[in-house]
Design a protein around this ligand. Structure first.
Ligand code: AMP
Length: 289
């Protein structure tokens, strides 16, 4: 496994792999867990070479968010990536990614201001800009993203299509802990009690799925059921609990299979988000210790 720490070295290493075969790219912000490694293993199966970028992207954090304290563990990440079969690990320096004078931003208007975009103004412009840069630097054949960040997968696909980017976007299922909590680097911020509270998100999604499977199609009823659970368990309103179309986040009066239940809520010192495509299997999960 090669490790590179400059844009020039990253570009050259990717170009050399790409010259002799397909390249799968897994963009991450590090503090890696099984969710990330699932993406790496899938990329390993489908490509001749796999590159993983580790870059905590300042552009996608708001001024009062956790950019400074976001967990960082380069040695741990490199060891996990070696085990998962990555060929290239690219730790990209922020001052090279965004040298003085950089101003260009990608944005998609309403798609970037719904849901997470409403809670985090500017977040998706930062995401799209960095993903576009990573595609240009690494020129991957395929790029791997997790359904965990559902809205991100939609805006990235939209960008690739709108801008004719020559890359295939592959979306992988959300990995969960045995009790159902969606794996996230930010789970590291949670105390055991807060982590238990965080299970409210998957419980709410499970209830929406249960009602949907039992024939409930009213979006308002599905949303109300999720909101009730979140309010009850977290003792404050969620940021959102909604059922949306997977194409444009519009909210249909009647839910259809494949519409996505999305939830986000503050839990302890952080925010958690999760989602579930209605009609798909969710659980069962084993209760925590
Ligand atoms: P991050 O490091 O949080 O930016 O995540 C990097 C990639 O890993 C993104 O495409 C995420 O959607 C994906 N990812 C994060 N958590 C999970 C998870 N629990 N299951 C599957 N993919 C995930």
């Amino acid at each position: 496994m090669e490790v590179h720490r400059s844009l020039d070295a990253a570009r050259a290493a990717c170009a050399s792999r790409r010259a002799s075969g397909t390249l799968g790219l897994v963009p991450t912000m590090g503090a890696l867990h099984e969710g990330h490694l699932t993406l790496v293993r899938r990329a390993r199966e489908e490509n001749d070479a796999v590159a993983v970028t580790v870059f905590v992207n300042p552009l996608q954090f708001g001024p009062h968010e956790d950019y400074e304290r976001y967990p960082r563990d380069e040695a741990g990440d490199a060891a996990l990536l070696e085990g998962a079969g990555a060929d290239l690990v690219l730790f990209l320096p922020a001052d090279e990614m965004y040298p003085p004078g950089h101003v260009t931003r990608l944005d998609q208007g309403a798609l970037c201001t719904e849901l997470e975009g409403a809670a985090r103004p500017g977040h998706f412009a930062g995401v799209l800009t960095v993903v576009c840069k990573l595609f240009n630097i690494c020129t991957p054949t395929r790029a791997y993203f997790g359904h965990k960040d559902f809205q991100q997968t939609v805006v990235v696909r939209r960008m690739v299509e709108d801008l004719d980017m020559p890359v295939e976007v592959v979306v992988c299922p959300t990995r969960r802990d045995p009790d159902g909590l969606a794996m996230s680097s930010r789970n590291a911020y949670l105390s055991p009690a807060e982590r238990a509270e965080g299970l409210a998100l998957v419980t709410a999604l499970g209830e929406a799925q249960r009602l949907f499977a039992a024939g409930e199609r009213s979006r308002a009823a599905l949303e109300a059921a999720m909101q009730r659970i979140l309010l009850d368990r977290l003792r404050r309103p969620a940021d959102y609990a909604a059922v949306v179309s997977p194409d444009d986040f519009s909210r249909p009066e009647l839910a259809h299979p494949g519409d996505v239940a999305v939830v986000a809520a503050p839990v302890g010192p952080t925010r958690l988000l999760d989602n579930h495509a209605l009609g798909a299997k969710l659980g069962p999960f084993s209760p925590g210790p």
